[in-house]
Design a protein around this ligand. Structure first.
Ligand SMILES: NC(=O)c1ccc[n+]([C@@H]2O[C@H](COP(=O)([O-])OP(=O)(O)OC[C@H]3O[C@@H](n4cnc5c(N)ncnc54)[C@H](OP(=O)(O)O)[C@@H]3O)[C@@H](O)[C@H]2O)c1
Length: 332
């Protein structure tokens, strides 16, 4: 079987398409014939050794996939050969076959394509936890989402609407703003490209405040970081929740006096670590997510697909800030 693999620290151009042995599932494991693997920002980082997990090389990037069960390890009873599944893998899914612990699979709902199935769990799963458990989002809240047209961002927009919030999408271009509106955003702020000087930072804070309204944003969902975070925090509501989700623009430093002035909370969101601690609560979120999909309350957007041999280009789209919604690698 073929796998796109990282042999040395570097960008997507360092990945090579290798012919490797078919993996054999051990006890409690399942082998999946992968049909689609979606790209997430951690794929940009993991091949450069910049992610919190550093798998031994050679390894394949790819944190989530969909496919068909094609072999069972000893003791696996909950799956059978031929089942359509979604796999949360951490890495390794940019390959034609992958071995996964049976507990890290979800049934791919009937009628849902492999491309969509591969694009659900990391983004919407992160956001169900981030928005609901950490951000305490409730109907009627104002939700400001930074980077609102990316994978995590667009799904946060959709979930925000599904849970009854007024959603302000903040993005870097009119094109991304249009997409965020198509997925339910009530208003859009197009921000300039960082770095910002003091005046630019102040101007952006004013733009956020104008869009959020007189009370400010009850929940700020920051998947961008860098110079974007502080102006956003300045637009938070009294007792608002500022969710720290990701840092593609760099790790921000926040003046803590702002939290005192608004009596607000800064909440870290680390979905993967939370899932390891609270698997049952995560399973409940995923069941709700499948319901939202079935009832059309969310509509995941796959904007580009690449064959496995060009998987590096798929990762590069995210690194170049060009991805809208999800980018997916397909195996056929
Ligand atoms: N905390 C968690 O548990 C968790 C779980 C999953 C993912 N994440 C994190 O969430 C973030 C988003 O992941 P994703 O998969 O949605 O990625 P993505 O689709 O590439 O979205 C990232 C967004 O960040 C914005 N951005 C700002 N500066 C950027 C830069 N210099 N380079 C690239 N993008 C930049 C872009 O929006 P604009 O161009 O509109 O600014 C882009 O749409 C990542 O940091 C990821 O590690 C966190």
């Amino acid at each position: 079987m073929k796998a796109l693999r990282s042999h040395a620290v570097g960008g997507p151009e360092t990945l090579t398409l290798d012919e490797v042995e078919s993996p054999v599932p051990g006890p409690g494991q399942v082998r999946v014939a992968v049909k689609a693997c979606s790209i997430n920002y951690p794929d940009v980082l993991i091949i450069r050794d910049m992610y919190q997990f550093k798998p031994p090389r050679p390894f394949s990037p790819g944190g989530e996939a969909s496919g068909v069960v094609d072999a069972l390890g000893e003791g696996v009873t909950q799956w059978k050969v031929g089942d359509r599944v979604i796999a949360s893998t951490g890495n390794g899914a940019m390959a034609e076959e992958i071995v996964v612990d049976a507990g890290r699979l979800w049934p791919l709902p009937d009628g849902v394509s492999f491309e969509t199935g591969a694009s659900l769990i990391m983004t919407y799963g992160t956001n169900m936890h981030g928005l609901l458990d950490r951000g305490k989002l409730k109907a009627g809240d104002v939700l400001l989402v930074l980077g609102a047209a990316g994978g995590v961002g667009l799904s946060a927009v959709e979930l925000g609407k599904a849970y009854g919030a007024r959603v302000i999408a903040a993005v870097s271009s009119e094109e991304k703003g249009k997409v965020a509106r198509e997925h339910g955003a009530d208003d859009v702020v197009v921000y300039p490209t960082a770095p910002f000087d003091k005046d630019q930072s102040k101007a952006l804070a004013e733009a956020f405040k104008a869009a959020c309204g007189p009370n400010g944003a009850d929940v700020i969902y920051d998947i961008v970081g860098g110079d974007y975070s502080e102006p956003a925090l300045r637009s938070i509501a009294w007792e608002g929740r500022f969710c720290v989700v990701g840092f593609p623009a760099g790790i921000a430093k926040l003046p803590l006096n702002l939290t005192l002035l608004k009596s607000c909370d800064v909440c870290g969101v680390f979905w993967g670590a939370w899932v390891a601690r609270e698997p049952a609560a995560n399973a409940k979120h995923i069941a709700t997510l499948f319901d939202l999909l079935k009832t059309g309350k969310i509509n995941p957007r796959v904007s580009a697909t690449f064959p496995l041999a060009r998987g590096g280009e798929a990762i590069q789209m995210l690194a170049d800030r060009k991805a809208i919604g999800k980018v997916v690698v397909t195996m056929d």
